[in-house]
Design a protein around this ligand. Structure first.
Ligand code: GLN
Length: 535
C-alpha cells in the first residue's frame, strides 16, 4: 500500500438520493484545486456485475468509461467535477466482488480454506479500494459506499471500511451524509434520524469523522452543535449541505464551511492556502448570469426520468453556460410524437436532441421528429440510436427505401441501413459485450463536425451493437447525407451529417460522456451555438 495515500469513505444515512456522489465530487474538486491528485470510486451493493444490464427505470443512465466499463451514473459526476477520467476500477459492485472471489476459489487460490464473507469477501473489497492507492497516482482515494447505512446489502462494504480505518489510522476518514428533515407542521428541523443513522454506523464499528447534513433550509449552529455532541464528532466537522441552485455550487458551499480544510487537518496534511477555483468560478458565473434562454428539445422514451439522460442534460448545461445562455430543456416523449402533433411539439424550440436507446419503443416518434427537423432545417443532434434514426429517416423519406430500418427493430427489413456489427453476431451474453469505451475517429476535412472539434483526429466513447450499413454509403452520400467520421481501424461510420442543413449531425458515439465543467464537449458547444443562431 502506498503509505501516503489518504482514503476517504463517504457513507449515507436516513434515506437514499441525498447526493453522496455530488458531495464526493465536490470534495474531490476542492482537493484537486489545492493541487492534490484525487480519484473517486463507487462501491455499489447490488449483485449485477455492472449496471449495463439495468434499465433506466431501475438505475438512471448507464455511464461509460473510456476503458469501456458500463458504470454507475455517479462516475459521470466524478468526471464532470474533476475533469479526470475514471476507469473500470472506479466502480465495483457486490456482484463483481463475488464473481472474482468465486473465480479464485475455482482456481484453487484459497488452498483448501472455507471461503467466507469475512475475510475473503471483505479482503477482496479492501483490495479493490487500496489498489487505486497502490497505483501511486493519488494523494486521495475517495470511496463512495452506495446504499444507506443499515441496508443488509452494504454490510460487507462497511466491514471493509471499518477494517481499513483501523489499519490506516489517520490516513483514513469517514464522511457520513445524512438528512435533517424540516417538519412543516411543527416548524422544526429534526436531528433524530441523523442521530439514529450515526448510531447504526457506530454499531458496525465505524465512527464518522465528518457529518454532512442535507437540508432544505438553513440549519442553525446550535443544532449542528447538538448533532456534534450526540454523534462524537467535533463541532466544526458538522457541515450542512443545503439545497443549491445548481449542483456546481456545492464545492463552494462545502469550502465555505471548511470541508476541505477539515479533511486535510484530520488526515495530517497542511491546510494552509486556498484552493484555486478561478476556472470553476468563471463557469459558475456564466451559468448564473446567463439571462437569455435557449430552448432545446430532448426526444427520448425515458424523458420522464430525471436521471435517464443525465450526461446529455449536463453536457447541454455546460455548453449553454459557455455560450452565455440559460438552458431550457424541453422533454418530448418519443412515444407520443406522430405526424399530426410533431409540429406543435417542436415548433418553439431552437434545437433538437434525439436520444440514444435500445429497442423498438418510441422509434417511430423519433423518426417523425427527425423528419420534421430536417424539413424545417432545425439544428438536430442524433446520439447513437438517435444517429441511427437519422439514417433510417433519410433512407425512408429521401432515398425512398420503404420500410428501411435497423435490424435491431425489424430483422426482416428489406433495407437494413443499420445492421448488427460483424463481431457482435456471435455474442449471446448481454452484459458488457457491446462495443464499449473510447475509440478513435477521423473526421473529414471541411465537414461541420471537423470544424466543431477544430481537429480531425478525435476519440469518443461508445455503447452499441449496431452500425451504419456501409453497403448503402454511396446511395446516402449521393443524396446528401455524408459519412464524415470513421474509425480508422475498422472503417465503421462514426458521424453522419447533411452539409446542406444548418446543423444536422448524428454520432454513433456518445460525446456527452466526455463533457466536463472545465472541458465542455466541442460538438455540444457547436450545436448550442447553431441553435442560438437559429433563435
Ligand atoms: N441500440 C443501438 C445499438 O445497440 C444504439 C445504442 C445506443 O443508443 N446507445 O447499436
Amino acid at each position: 500500500m502506498k503509505t501516503d495515500t489518504r482514503y476517504i469513505f463517504v457513507t449515507g444515512g436516513v434515506v437514499s438520493s441525498l447526493g453522496k456522489g455530488i458531495i464526493s465530487s465536490s470534495l474531490a474538486r476542492l482537493l484537486l484545486s489545492r493541487g492534490y491528485n484525487v480519484t473517486i470510486q463507487k462501491l455499489d451493493p447490488y449483485i449485477n456485475i455492472d449496471p449495463g444490464t439495468l434499465n433506466p427505470y431501475e438505475h438512471g443512465e448507464c455511464y461509460v468509461t473510456a476503458d469501456g466499463h458500463e458504470a454507475d451514473l455517479d462516475l459521470g459526476h466524478y468526471e464532470r467535477f474533476t475533469n479526470i477520467k475514471t476507469t473500470k476500477a472506479n466502480n465495483i459492485t457486490t456482484g463483481r466482488i463475488y464473481r472474482d472471489v468465486i473465480e479464485k476459489e475455482r482456481r484453487g487460490d484459497y488452498l483448501g480454506k472455507t471461503v467466507q464473507i469475512i475475510p475473503h469477501i471483505t479482503d477482496e473489497i479492501k483490495h479493490n479500494i487500496t489498489k487505486l492507492g497502490e497505483t501511486g497516482n493519488y494523494d486521495f482515494v475517495i470511496t463512495e459506499i452506495g446504499g444507506t447505512v443499515g441496508d443488509i446489502e452494504s454490510t460487507p462494504f462497511l466491514e471493509a471500511v471499518r477494517q481499513l480505518k483501523w489499519e490506516l489510522g489517520r490516513k483514513a476518514l469517514v464522511v457520513h451524509l445524512t438528512y435533517v428533515p424540516f417538519i412543516k407542521a411543527a416548524k422544526e428541523l429534526k436531528t433524530k434520524p441523523t442521530q439514529h443513522s450515526v448510531k447504526l454506523l457506530q454499531q458496525t464499528g465505524i465512527q464518522p469523522d465528518i457529518l454532512v447534513l442535507r437540508t432544505e433550509i438553513e440549519i442553525p449552529e446550535s443544532i449542528c452543535r447538538k448533532v456534534a455532541q450526540f454523534c462524537n464528532v467535533s463541532p466544526e466537522a458538522v457541515v450542512q449541505s443545503i439545497d443549491a441552485e445548481t449542483i456546481y455550487d456545492v464545492p463552494l458551499l462545502m469550502h465555505g464551511q471548511g470541508l476541505d480544510r477539515i479533511v486535510l487537518e484530520k488526515t495530517g496534511l497542511p491546510a494552509t492556502g486556498e484552493p484555486d477555483l478561478d476556472n470553476w468560478n468563471k463557469f459558475l458565473n456564466k451559468l448564473k448570469k446567463a439571462e437569455k434562454v435557449i430552448n432545446i428539445a430532448l426526444v427520448g422514451k425515458y424523458v420522464e426520468l430525471q436521471d435517464a439522460y443525465k450526461s446529455i442534460s449536463e453536457a447541454l448545461c455546460h455548453a449553454a453556460a459557455y455560450c452565455d445562455h440559460k438552458l431550457n430543456l424541453i422533454s418530448v416523449h418519443s412515444e407520443k410524437i406522430n405526424d399530426r402533433n410533431v409540429e406543435k411539439l417542436l415548433k418553439g424550440v431552437s434545437g433538437v436532441i434525439i436520444a440514444p436507446g435500445f429497442g423498438k419503443r418510441g422509434i417511430e416518434g423519433k423518426i417523425e421528429a427527425i423528419k420534421w427537423c430536417r424539413e424545417n432545417n432545425v439544428p438536430t443532434f442524433g446520439i447513437c440510436l438517435g444517429m441511427q434514426c437519422m439514417v433510417i429517416e433519410f433512407a425512408r423519406n429521401v432515398l425512398g427505401l420503404d420500410k428501411a430500418d435497423s435490424t435491431e427493430m425489424d430483422e426482416s427489413t428489406p433495407y437494413p441501413v443499420i445492421d448488427i456489427m460483424e463481431e457482435q453476431k456471435q455474442i449471446s451474453d448481454l452484459g458488457g459485450t457491446m462495443r464499449l469505451g473510447a475509440y478513435n475517429c477521423v473526421l473529414e476535412e471541411g465537414s461541420k463536425a471537423a470544424r466543431a472539434y477544430g481537429k480531425l483526429n478525435i476519440s469518443e466513447r461508445h455503447r452499441h451493437r449496431y452500425e451504419f450499413n456501409d453497403t448503402y454509403r454511396s446511395l446516402f452520400e449521393n443524396a446528401g447525407m455524408k459519412c464524415v467520421g470513421k474509425n480508422p481501424e475498422s472503417g465503421l461510420v462514426e458521424v453522419v451529417e447533411i452539409p446542406d442543413k444548418t446543423w444536422f449531425i448524428g454520432t454513433q458515439y456518445h460525446p456527452e460522456y466526455q463533457s466536463t465543467v472545465l472541458n465542455p464537449n466541442p460538438l455540444f458547444l457547436d450545436f448550442i451555438k447553431a441553435s442560438i443562431n437559429r433563435s
